[in-house]
Design a protein around this ligand. Structure first.
Ligand SMILES: [Fe+2]
Length: 441
């Protein structure tokens, strides 16, 4: 939402009529090593005040925001890999949260992110999953798309943010554009664009972008059929992947896009994506591809690349397809029709993906990359046994092996707790105590 960018430090000259109700947010976008973007919508143009609380003993920083109904404030000048408490005061309303900046690019720090998607159509199921995810302590969230059923309907966006509000107030959210998020005959994405502020530099703002978070590069694509035929996106993708591979500080590359190249559920794998993009994922050693669109959990592997379908965020769950193509059947190693999310830990060369049902039980944990950067066989660790097609024998990989080495970055003491720079947490690996449950505000 570049056009509505509100520069920090601008004072409203004349207070307008009362418009001091948060309609959406505040919610977090686009963490860089020096900044995080705060967004919210109010029920009329109104000025607001942001207060950023830094390290204990440091004076808070106050940012005055000019009157607007759609705020997009880049809070910059922050320390890398640090956590801050913040408050947004709108009229007599005060919303509180915590934000975490990204570590320096290439920093070999452990990181954790959550993946989920297809949150449309059932706010109750969506809310249950959000409540479960709130018990996690990720660095950020990846959305696999179809946030709403119809991107043209404002009320559905309202429902999305009503449900997501408590989660997105504390966690930066990076979505991919789903087919349902678009609007009108032109299948435009203006409503989606207006609600998110994502990294620049891709071929299409908010629809195609990439960002670096510590040792990993994340590439988010628009896989909608009217989009992925565009050669500029494919050419951009290859440039991104090639550059990441040439950058010695980037150890892992992850891709997010709504449609899956491989799936045994109702929609099935997308042939166009297999023809255009999966060869690039293979060529440049993408660590994992996260998709949605089919409302279930699936794990696939093809030519050394791992693919996950995480489309169990609230939308009606999908059965297996009636006609499954051989290429999908060969690739998919695990399927479950269940509301769920993925918790991904990255520590050094190791990547650990745990699929978690909405009731908190694990579907499975898959880990690879322990020894070196070369592709490693998949190993299964938790939940029911994987499909027989997985060649590697089960290994002694506890679901929490990596988690035990990653310290929580958020305070467990709520708004009154001291803020600890992540760097100070550091040697994250050495921190023994692990508190993965955040105190609810
Ligand atoms: Fe979809």
């Amino acid at each position: 939402m570049r056009g509505a960018l509100i520069l920090a430090g601008v004072l409203a000259a004349v207070p307008l009529a009362r418009a001091d109700r948060f309609v959406n947010g505040p919610y977090l976008q686009n963490a860089t090593p020096a900044s995080v973007t705060l967004m919210w919508e109010s029920d009329g143009a109104a000025p607001a005040t942001i207060t950023i609380h830094g390290a204990a003993g440091a004076p808070p920083r106050v940012i005055e925001v000019a009157a607007t109904a759609h705020a997009e404030v880049v809070v910059d000048g922050l320390a890398a890999g640090a956590r801050y408490r913040y408050e947004v005061k709108l009229g007599d309303r005060v919303a509180k949260g915590e934000l975490t900046t990204a570590p320096p690019p290439g920093a070999p720090v452990p990181l954790t992110f959550v993946v989920y998607g297809d949150t449309r159509s059932s706010s109750d199921a969506h809310r249950q999953l959000v409540e479960r995810i709130r018990a996690e302590v990720p660095d950020f969230l990846l959305g696999t798309g179809d946030l709403v059923d119809d991107g043209a309907i404002k009320g559905q966006w309202q429902t999305f943010f009503d449900v997501e509000g408590p989660l997105l107030a504390d966690n930066v959210f990076y979505p991919a554009l789903g087919n349902h998020d678009r609007q009108g005959r032109a299948r435009s994405a203006e409503a989606y664009r207006a609600r998110f502020a994502l990294p620049e530099g891709g071929t299409d703002p908010e629809r195609v972008y990439a960002f670096t978070y510590g040792p990993a590069r994340f590439v988010v694509l628009d896989s909608n059929s009217a989009s992925f035929a565009l050669t500029d996106q494919t050419a951009w993708l290859e440039r991104e992947l090639a550059a990441a591979r040439q950058d010695k500080a980037i150890r892992h590359v992850f891709v997010v896009m709504h449609h899956p190249p491989y799936s045994i559920s109702i929609h099935g794998g997308q042939r166009d994506l297999r023809e255009r993009w999966t060869p690039l994922f293979e060529k440049y050693g993408v660590a994992a591809v996260f998709s949605g669109h089919d409302h279930c959990y699936e794990r696939a592997e093809a030519n050394g690349v791992r693919y996950f379908v995480s489309g169990g965020g609230g939308a009606p769950l999908y059965a297996r397809g009636k006609r499954i193509a051989a290429i999908d059947r060969d690739a998919v190693k695990r399927y479950e029709r269940v509301s769920h999310y993925l918790r991904v830990h990255v520590i050094g060369a190791r990547i650990e993906v745990t699929a978690v049902r909405v009731d908190g039980t694990p579907i499975e944990t898959i880990a690879w990359g322990d020894d070196d950067d070369a592709p490693a066989p998949l190993v299964a660790a938790a939940g029911a046994p994987p499909a027989a097609a997985v060649a590697a024998p089960p290994a002694a990989v506890a679901a929490g092996d990596v988690a035990a080495a990653i310290a929580p970055r958020r305070s467990s003491g709520g708004a009154g707790a001291p803020i600890v720079p992540v760097a100070a947490v550091g040697g994250l690996v050495a921190v023994a105590a692990l508190v993965l449950v955040r105190k609810r505000k």
